[in-house]
Write a protein that binds this ligand. Structure first.
Ligand code: SF4
Length: 284
């Protein structure tokens, strides 16, 4: 993988589309993602962005935004005023096009520097979205920030299966990510397991039963309606649906999400979110 260091003119992007009702801004500490060649990268919608890829293979590059914290410090007050004029909270979704806790975070500390910058100028709400158990290394900073603003930590756990036929393994096992949720929740952080995109689940009762003590809530989202296209067209161009169908043909239909959501509600009543509403923190 090619790793380069770069600087950016701005780091807070006003959201549109799917994320608009979730947070006012998205924030990417890196461009590209070290997990792009892992299981989650197979269906990752970012791989369709020519603007980001610029001819490179998804998962083959990572641009380290070395001035991310300074860019946040320079932008935060202006973007907060922009939110105030619209009567909406200043909410930051970190991240939607990379992972804030790629392995390289241990060396570069870009996300850590952003959390420190947010301590000086906290948003109203911070949603951290990650596939990586390395998020636990930032638990102290997140706990400190949670005293200043609403913090939710979303950990992606799409299934109870570590392997799908013909696809690469995940960057970290299902078990390690559930354990990470538990450690974050034990620290008092509001922790959400995001089952998104929903993959076939071998044993729904057991899976949600394992999540129940480790996460405050779960959010389920299907690639149909959840990948930025209305009918899942982006994901249908990837090998993910065929691999899902090989395990359970029903899993590539939206009805599967509803059946899994019903199973989740039986075990975690009042703690289950669906789609964008779930990412926005609305649970039933
Ligand atoms: S961690 Fe997120 S951004 Fe990175 S490849 Fe996986 S789904 Fe895509």
């Amino acid at each position: 993988m090619t790793i380069t260091e770069t600087t950016v003119g701005s780091i807070l992007t006003r959201t549109g589309g799917y994320l608009q009702g979730v947070a006012s801004h998205s924030l990417q500490p890196y461009r590209g993602c070290s997990f792009g060649a892992a299981l989650c990268g197979a269906g990752c919608y970012v791989q369709h962005s020519r603007h980001i890829l610029q001819g490179r293979a998804w998962g083959s590059f990572l641009e380290v935004r070395t001035n991310a914290a300074a860019a946040y410090a320079a932008q935060a007050a202006r973007e907060r005023r922009w939110c105030a004029r619209r009567g909406q909270p200043f909410g930051v979704f970190c991240s939607s096009a990379t992972d804030p806790f790629v392995p390289q975070e241990a060396r570069y500390g870009i996300t850590a520097s952003l959390l420190a910058a947010m301590r000086d100028q906290p948003p109203d709400r911070l949603i951290v979205q990650t596939h990586s158990p390395l998020v636990t290394a930032s638990a102290n900073a997140l706990v400190e920030l949670a005293r200043l603003c609403e913090v939710r930590v979303h950990v992606s756990i799409e299934s109870d299966l570590d392997r799908l036929p013909g696809l690469p393994p995940p960057a970290s096992s299902v078990e390690r990510r559930i354990e990470a949720c538990g450690r974050l929740r034990d620290r008092g952080l509001f922790t959400v397991a995001t089952v998104a995109p929903l993959l076939p689940i071998a044993d729904p009762e057991r899976f949600f039963g394992r999540l129940a003590p480790s996460a405050d809530a779960v959010v389920l989202d299907h690639f149909i309606g959840g990948d930025g296209s209305h009918t899942g067209g982006r994901t249908l161009r990837t090998p993910l649906p065929a691999a899902m169908a090989a395990i359970d043909p029903e899993s590539v239909t939206i009805g599967y999400r509803d059946r899994m959501a019903a199973a989740a509600r039986r075990i975690m009543p009042g703690r289950v979110g669906i789609g964008a509403a779930g990412f926005a923190g609305r649970y039933e």
